[in-house]
Design a protein around this ligand. Sequence first.
Ligand code: BJW
Length: 313
Amino acid sequence: MPHADLESFTAHLQSSRRILALLGAGLSASSGLPTFRGAGGLWRSHDAISLATPEAFNADPGLVWQFYSYRRHMALLAKPNRAHYALAELAERKEGFATLTQNVDGLSQRANHPPSQLHLLHGSLFDVKCTSFYCNYSRQDFSDPIVPALDIPRGRPEPKPSSDGQGAAAADSLYATMGISLTPSSSAPSELDISDERNLLPSVHIRDLPHCPECKTGLLRPGVVWFGEMLPQATIDAIEDWIIASPTIDLILVIGTSSKVYPAAAYVDRARAKGARVAVVNVVRGDAPSSGLTERDWFFEGDAGTVVPEILK
Ligand code: BJW
């Protein structure tokens, strides 16, 4: 059985040289962003998981863009929480530390996580790419909404404040350098009660969705990794190089993930095969890597935004 003994964890962390962190949506739940599975995994009665597929995009690109427009808006308004900052600080402190994040919300970047130690397994909400087979166009895009047709009543609650507002000013100034204001404009869409079926979203015609400025014909799509799609090859290669360069891996932190999605979840076993002990932080005790935990491992039950800064300090 894993335990929650902070003393033994701290001693192991201090002596660890090669450390991985596998992050999931629960980390950003502490910043008020919804997770995928369980409570909060619904967007306007659609299962978030079923919208994160190429099939859903092909069937109704307008609906899927509305979902991602909402997610982009929420992520821009959210602030990194104390766990994002604690992980960024650990990366600064330990050269042999690498973060593998499944999150696409940009909060680790805004917490100043060193980019060379941060691997985005599932892409970014703020990348867009052309869907045309013959076109390789992609760009970073932080505009909100990305096109006027997506400036619709999103029926969202504003993100809850992070467990600690620390760093909000830094995030704001980082975004200001990119010319982005995180203050909602006066033309921001009004809030709707989305449980009220009368507040249905208007459908968005494909011609009003973002199109490729290069090939002029292709529809743009969010630069995220959907089910059935390959993870970015450069990211996989960089992680592989990191693992190969590690004679041993001492520790893997598994934070706020249901550990159900592959190949991300498989990095726990890769690390274990190199000797790593596992430390899980999750609000749900059962949400642990499928290979299970042993008495060498730790399970810290609770909100990532509170627990992570406590155990990493
Ligand atoms: C808190 C908290 C708080 C809440 N504090 N904790 C091997 C076996 C079986 C299947 C496969 C396999 N290999 C590949 C597959 C297929 C598939 C897969 O994994 N399927 C499984 C579901 C069975 N994988 C793929 O298709 C991947 N591609 C691939 O493998 O390519 C090769 C290939 C291609 C074709 C054929 C075969 C192979 C791609 C996976 C892409 C996943 N994409 C998404 C969407 C990204 C874009 C977007 O954001 O919209 O990624 S799906 C979604 O799940 C998102 C997440 O990153 C990912 C993981 O979810 P996460 O982060 O764990 O969130 P939740 O909601 O599941 O969990 C939250 C957790 O937080 C919970 O535990 C809570 O308790 C906890 N929590 N509040 C701490 N405050």
